[in-house]
Design a protein around this ligand. Structure first.
Ligand code: FES
Length: 166
C-alpha cells in the first residue's frame, strides 16, 4: 500500500470520527432538553397565565404538568355556567384540562364546542359532556386567581367553590 493511500484512509477515518463525535454531542444536548422540566414546572409545578391579553371568544392553550390546559374567554352570547365559569375582572372563562374524559384524546375547539375526534365525544363551551362516550365534563385543574393572573397548580377559593358545586 502506498503512503498516499494510507494518508487518505487516515484522513477519511478521522473525518468520520469527528462527524460522529459532533453528532453525538448534539444528540446528548437534545436529550437533556427533552428530559429537563419546563421552567414553570421547576417552580414547584405552578404555571402562571396572564388572562388580560386574551380576546373574547379566543381559546388560549398552555401546558401544565405535561397536560394541555384550555382557557377560553367567553363572549357575551355564550351560555354562562355558574358551576364551571371562572370569573376574573367581570369576564368569564372556561378553564379545563384538554384531555377527553373518555380515553384521553385532545379535543379540538370547533364552532363553540370541544370535539373529540377519537370516538365522537362532544363537550359544550363550558366543557360539559353533551354527546358520545365521555362520562363526565372536562376536568378543571387546580387554580388560584391572582389579580388578572391564573396560577395553575395552586388551590384558591375560586377553585374550591367550583369543586364544591360540581
Ligand atoms: S377519547 Fe374522546 S370520545 Fe373517546
Amino acid at each position: 500500500m502506498s503512503v498516499e493511500k494510507n494518508d487518505r484512509r487516515n484522513f477519511i477515518g478521522m473525518s468520520f470520527g469527528a462527524v460522529a463525535a459532533v453528532g453525538g454531542i448534539f444528540s446528548l444536548v437534545a436529550l437533556k432538553k427533552t428530559w429537563d422540566p419546563l421552567p414553570s414546572v421547576k417552580a414547584a409545578g405552578f404555571t402562571t397565565v396572564d388572562l388580560s391579553p386574551i380576546k373574547d371568544g379566543e381559546l388560549y392553550q398552555v401546558e401544565w404538568r405535561k397536560k394541555p390546559i384550555f382557557i377560553l374567554k367567553k363572549t357575551a352570547d355564550m351560555k354562562n355556567d355558574a358551576k364551571r365559569d371562572v370569573v376574573v375582572g367581570g369576564a368569564r372563562y372556561t378553564v379545563c384540562i384538554g384531555l377527553c374524559t373518555h380515553l384521553g384524546c385532545i379535543p379540538s375547539y370547533k364552532g363553540g364546542q370541544f370535539v373529540c375526534a377519537c370516538h365522537g365525544g362532544i363537550f359544550d363551551v363550558s366543557g360539559n359532556n353533551i354527546f358520545g362516550p365521555p362520562p363526565r365534563p372536562l376536568d378543571i385543574p387546580p387554580f388560584k386567581i391572582d389579580g388578572t393572573k391564573l396560577v395553575l397548580g395552586e388551590t384558591g377559593p375560586e377553585y374550591e367553590k367550583l369543586v364544591s358545586q360540581a
